[in-house]
Design a binder for this molecule. Structure first.
Ligand code: UD1
Ligand code: UDP
Length: 370
């Protein structure tokens, strides 16, 4: 009998992280993966399209938890996940990233005595006003095996008292997906269809701190409107942000082209060919570093400092003045950057190696029983 592992995904950035993990697990006969979709994201453009683009298997369980306040959404996932775990009786639960589905998955499993494995563990923005920072800290407090993307994650965990033997530097699962699908993405005709200009910038924004307060959104838009005078901007708009833009009545320059959220291959294609990316996304900071595309992060901090120390990322702050200053700095001195260690497309394989060591006893006794 293989050792059963439940893998949880629920929101857009989870899908490109679980895809390479599931692919690597499918080559490891000692494990059986069970995929649970929490339903945190549910629109085709925020969920279903990624199953198609990434070739993900259909989930074994779909919880359909949907949207709500933090407590409602997290509580709904917890309530719906517990019976699935009781029925499946897995040895381990793998959660990825820092969304509400991550912390709910970890908590439901931990309370049932199921080993918790956190991929992308240890990242810290040190900003507790970010819901994701609470999710990261709470998840890591109850994790049994920490799979880490960058050195800062390892150091943060050691500082928090995690034993070194539980921490494995595996590299970056999201970059596995990028490496696997980049050629297909570049074969997409999206650029030819949408973008006549030779150079363009790509925008994504969805952090509550940036888009939920009208004055803050206006501040960022004012900087983007100014940048768009020099370079056209293409902006696939996240549903949270679309709702805020619609209700605020704020105006975008005609050189800012608002798009629907894009599928993974089309977005990756636009990202790889852009001259600059302006974003508050965690994953996009990493992808631009892997692609060597300059990135202005519209935030005051990042939990992914390697993208700044080694990659193409520049923290632009969130005021009109700081964003425009960063834009001028980037134009004067574009950052080249290097790709961080182990962001090489093999993170999924390294995760499975770490899982083999962690579950060595369970694998051995399963072999004896069989
Ligand atoms: C969530 C994550 C965030 C991650 C982001 C990725 C948390 C706390 N936040 O933020 O870390 O960066 O996903 O995209 O987990 N909506 C739709 N259709 C959907 C999904 C959402 O219209 O398919 C709308 C709903 O009005 C919903 C809102 O978007 O209330 C926000 O969705 P939610 O999942 O709560 O948070 P995100 O902002 O997407
Ligand atoms: N992405 C996408 N379509 C879009 C915007 C982003 O496929 O319109 C991808 C992007 O390539 C990356 C992931 O979504 O792989 C990042 O997710 P998001 O920005 O929603 O979340 P975060 O990383 O900030 O948690």
């Amino acid at each position: 009998m293989p050792v059963k592992l439940v893998v949880v995904a629920g929101a857009r950035p989870n899908f490109m992280k679980v895809a390479p993990l599931l692919a690597a697990l499918s080559h490891a006969p000692e494990f059986q993966a069970v995929l649970v979709h929490t339903g945190q994201h549910y629109d085709y453009a925020m969920s279903g399209s990624f199953f198609t683009d990434l070739g993900l298997p259909d989930p074994d369980h779909h919880l359909e938890a949907g949207s709500g306040s933090h407590a409602q959404q997290t509580g709904e996932i917890l309530k719906r996940l517990e019976p699935v775990l009781i029925a499946e009786q897995p040895a381990g639960m793998i959660v990825v990233g820092d969304v509400n589905s991550t912390v709910a998955g970890a908590l439901a499993a931990s309370k049932l005595g199921i080993q918790v494995i956190h991929a992308e563990a240890g990242l810290r923005s040190f900003d507790r006003t970010m819901p994701e920072e609470i999710n990261r800290m709470a998840t890591d407090a109850i994790t049994d095996l920490y799979l880490v993307t960058e050195e800062s994650g390892r150091l943060n965990l050691l500082r928090e008292g995690v034993s070194p033997g539980k921490i494995h530097m595996v590299g970056n699962l999201m970059i596995d997906s990028l490496r696997r699908h980049l050629d297909r993405a570049l074969a997409s005709d999206i650029r030819q269809r949408l973008i006549p200009e030779e150079k363009y910038g790509l925008v994504t924004l969805h952090r509550p701190a940036n888009v939920d307060v009208k004055e803050q959104l206006a501040e960022i838009l004012s900087a983007l409107n100014e940048i768009a005078l020099e370079m056209p901007l293409y902006w696939p708009v996240h549903p949270r942000t679309r709702a805020r833009l619609n209700s605020s009545g704020l105006q975008c320059s005609p050189a800012i082209h608002l798009l629907d959220p894009q599928g993974y291959l089309d977005f990756l294609s636009l990202e790889a060919q852009s001259s600059v990316v302006l974003t508050d996304s965690g994953g996009v900071q990493e992808e631009t570093t892997a692609l060597g595309v300059p990135c202005l992060t519209i935030r005051e901090n990042t939990e992914r400092p390697v993208t700044i120390d080694q990659g193409t990322n520049l923290l632009a702050g969130t005021s009109r003045t700081s964003i425009l200053a960063a834009w001028r700095q980037l134009k004067a001195e574009p950052k080249c950057g290097v790709v961080p260690a182990l962001w090489d497309g093999q993170a999924g394989v390294r995760c499975v190696e770490a899982l083999r060591r962690h579950f060595a006893d369970a694998i051995a006794s399963a072999t004896v029983t069989a």
